[in-house]
Design a protein. Structure first.
Length: 284
């Protein structure tokens, strides 16, 4: 699933195209992507007609399109949801689910979703922060993110450090890819017990997470396949900079040992067995 860098790339692409534009019509080509709008596809289209977008916003992995009315369109990208910017009259994209046309002729927004785990929903009063995601913590790029509060909170938890990084109520935006990369940079095993982290270790881990996501953002995020692209259909290039994630059998860039892939929370974790050894106190 897209993590903070990938979602931020999409947000920036939408910002240049949606801010201040008025919706002329919405076409829902499949009901599943608007399943969270209980009044149905026709109501979803009708309630958006004539509304004007403000600047898109993001918290962690979550993206929403505020409306000048004070409401918002909350986007759930899921595993394969994509926004595309296309000229009016361009051939329909494969897996097109929702089309948003504007009152001017500067192109349209299309929501594509191959697997249809994602979708759009209408959030009343959600322009500043949709209530549906109010429980999500701030992310490390949020100006109001409190580093010391994070350090205190993660050390109070009794879990493995990677589980803590993936807890979106503790810190948002970090997923499997960037958790593995940050842990490798910090020389920490994913099962290290959070209560054994020293304050300096917790600060350094947060710093590595922020740094690796910043590096990924600078090159458009990480794309392993066509399921993640930006609004122009272009892939990100951070896959080339990954040290451990997806690198099973490749030499560790630090000490040359083959990277291991291990089962973790119904997915995989990647680590170097030498510089990320199993800790004495582990929480699996």
């Amino acid at each position: 699933m897209p993590e903070l860098p990938e979602v931020e790339v999409v947000r920036r692409g939408l910002a240049d195209f949606t801010t201040g534009r008025t919706i002329d019509a919405v076409e829902v080509l499949h009901p599943r992507p608007v399943r969270r709008h209980l009044a149905g596809p026709d109501d979803f289209a009708a309630i958006l007609k004539g509304q004007t977008f403000a600047a898109p916003a993001r918290r962690g992995k979550y993206l929403w399109l505020p409306l000048q009315s004070g409401d918002a369109v909350l986007a759930h990208l899921g595993m394969s949801g994509q926004f595309r910017v296309q000229p009016v009259g361009a051939p329909d994209d494969k897996h097109l689910r929702i089309r948003i046309r504007f009152a001017d002729d500067r192109g349209e927004i299309r929501f594509l979703d191959q697997r249809m785990f994602g979708g759009l929903s209408y959030s009343e009063g959600g322009a500043e922060l949709p209530g549906e995601i109010a429980h999500i913590a701030r992310d490390p790029f949020d100006p109001l993110f409190d580093d010391e509060l994070f350090v205190t909170a993660i050390r109070r938890k009794k879990t493995g450090v990677k589980r803590a990084l993936l807890d979106q109520t503790l810190v948002s935006g970090v997923g499997n890819i960037y958790a593995d990369e940050a842990l490798w940079r910090a020389k920490l095993h994913y099962a290290k017990a959070t209560e054994t982290l020293k304050p300096l270790q917790a600060r350094e881990l947060l710093g590595h997470a922020r740094a690796v996501m910043g590096e990924a953002l600078a090159v458009g995020g990480t794309s392993f396949d066509a399921l993640y692209v930006n609004v122009n259909g272009e892939s990100g290039y951070f896959e080339r900079g990954l040290a451990v994630y997806g690198q099973e059998g490749s030499p560790c860039p630090r000490d040359g040992r083959p990277i291991r892939r291990e089962a973790f929370m119904n997915r995989s974790s990647f680590r170097c067995p030498k510089c990320q050894p199993v800790p004495r106190h582990a929480r699996w």
